[in-house]
Ligand binder design. Structure first.
Ligand SMILES: [Zn+2]
Length: 160
């Protein structure tokens, strides 16, 4: 039984390493949502969150981003990425977790919930990245790297 568990763990680690390395090496910037993985692990979504190794995924993206010079931006978890219509920007506050597809009440566009959220996270991440005045500085002009770290761009840029 222990060997079976070890095999599953190895497969999961192998998948995550291949995925994060591929994302970092093939993109100039990767935008993620700054989810509270520990908080989600205490909800009814715990099994899904822990099975997906979200914390490990974000950690690997952050350090591999520094290795390869890829911007990794964490968008604030309170950014309403799911509720905002990607086409017109109107916020749909009546969206329930079960609504996988929804129609914007303002412009009438049909949205896939996850795709719409991903597009909003990408746009917000790129906006934050553009607001960063220089590499290694955050939007307020403060250094974002630990003093001894020599390498490309910081993993997290605070929300303005
Ligand atoms: Zn709309």
């Amino acid at each position: 039984m222990a060997r079976v568990h070890q095999r599953v763990a190895n497969q999961r680690a192998d998948f995550l390493h291949k995925l994060t390395t591929s994302l970092i090496k093939t993109h100039d910037a990767v935008c993620t949502e700054d989810l509270s993985v520990k908080g989600l692990a205490r909800t009814k979504l715990a099994k899904s969150v822990l099975d997906a190794s979200m914390g490990t995924l974000r950690w690997q993206l952050a350090y591999k981003g520094q290795w390869y010079g890829t911007h990794v931006v964490a968008v604030d978890r309170f950014c309403p990425s799911t509720q905002l219509c990607h086409d017109c920007g109107v916020k749909n506050e009546h969206l329930a977790l079960a609504d996988r597809l929804w129609v914007c009440p303002h412009c009438g566009v049909l949205h896939d919930r996850d795709l719409n959220a991903a597009l909003n996270i990408r746009d917000e991440g790129l906006r934050l990245l553009a607001a960063c005045p220089a590499e290694g500085l955050n939007a307020c002009g403060r250094a974002v790297r630990p003093p001894m770290a020599a390498g490309p761009v910081e993993a997290r840029i605070p929300r303005l």
